[in-house]
Design a protein around this ligand. Structure first.
Ligand code: GLY
Length: 339
């Protein structure tokens, strides 16, 4: 798949110019300090209706980008920056992760999150954990453990063992949404997970630090109204993966992401010699032909930042060392954009 007809030029990204150092890549990186890179997302979905919603989401995403990019500039490691970014997005009730997570069919919140350190190649995470503020913290604490992915009861027991306080992430908006759907016998397939109807929410962060290390983190409240025991892609290598060449975080319909093995597939393609943009183009062309509904954010060790989607919107924002930009006003339909 050499040609990708819908690929818009990078300038279609919404761009805010910042007075930052320029980027370095390739051989330059060996003699120059590495310019940190950062991309985050707050989900993907069917619409972001109205300028009001766009601006609300933009403000939230850009605030996180500013905070976390500053950490990277001050020498934070990629895993630490990713964890901080995920915490901030989990704490923002606008997004479907941590506080503001959607309720499952039985009215309970069960969250999933994972962290992949691309340098150590360690993947850790929690699946369907309840009553904690930041599931990404558990993923971080599990990094050095022998048993690194824990589900429901085991994840909760681990949280209590390490002294994580009990926290109810439920918001009034999510409760009302669930109650409305409950009285309508759950006719809707998924919850609305941003300010306006737009399902398939998740949050994610991918960072390249000043020492060239890459990490990826992803966290979600799930699809909303799902069966008890349904497992999300967010704590699987299909939804969140990184190595020393590239890192990817996915959002969208978990089942679609799992069946494409999306994050791991993109990272393996880069490892085997494709450029990041080629790997994203190939993977999204395949996804479109399979009628998938999702998005992904990615970056690589040369400093490339790329987002892609088959869904109408992906709520992504980035800092490429020169400027902050986002994907919020990109056209509907399948797109792969290098930022
Ligand atoms: N991508 C989040 C989920 O499907 O649970």
């Amino acid at each position: 798949m050499g040609h990708f007809p819908n690929l818009p030029p990078p300038d279609l990204c919404h761009v805010r110019t910042c007075d930052r150092k320029r980027c370095y890549s390739g051989l330059e990186m060996m003699s120059q300090p590495i310019q940190p890179k950062l991309i985050i997302h707050g989900g993907a979905g069917s619409s972001l209706s109205g300028k009001g919603s766009v601006e609300i989401v933009r403000q939230s995403l850009h605030r996180v980008i500013e905070d976390v990019y500053e950490l990277l500039q001050n020498g934070a490691s990629a895993p630490d920056a990713v964890v901080r970014g995920c915490q901030l997005l989990e704490d923002d009730p606008l997004f479907n992760a941590g506080t503001g997570s959607v309720l499952q069919s039985d009215g309970q919140i069960r969250m999933s999150a994972s962290l992949m350190d691309g340098t150590s190649l360690r993947f850790s995470g929690v699946i369907n954990v309840s009553r904690v503020q930041n599931p990404i913290d558990l993923a971080k604490k599990l990094q050095p453990e022998q048993d690194r992915v824990l589900s429901d009861f085991g994840a909760t027991e681990f949280a209590r063992e390490i002294g994580v306080p009990i926290y109810d992430p439920k918001t009034e908006k999510r409760l009302k949404e669930w109650w409305y759907e409950h009285t309508d016998n759950f006719h809707r397939k998924m919850a609305d997970v941003v300010a306006e109807p737009a399902g398939r929410g998740t949050i994610g962060v991918v960072a390249l630090d000043a020492e060239g290390r890459i990490a990826a983190g992803t966290s979600t409240g799930g699809k909303g109204f799902e069966r008890i025991g349904r497992v999300s892609d967010s704590a699987m290598p299909a939804g969140n993966y990184a190595n020393d060449r590239s890192g990817v975080s996915c959002t969208g319909i978990g089942e679609d992401i799992i069946e494409e093995c999306l994050a791991a597939k993109i990272v393996v393609r880069v490892t085997d010699g494709m450029s990041l943009v080629q790997a994203m183009e190939r993977s999204f062309a395949e996804a479109e032909s399979h009628n998938r509904d999702f998005g992904a954010i990615s970056l690589d060790a040369t400093g490339s930042i790329v987002w892609g989607k088959t869904s109408d919107v992906i709520l992504a924002a980035f800092h490429n060392g020169d400027r902050i930009g986002d994907s919020l006003e990109a056209e509907k339909g399948t797109k792969v954009v290098r930022c």
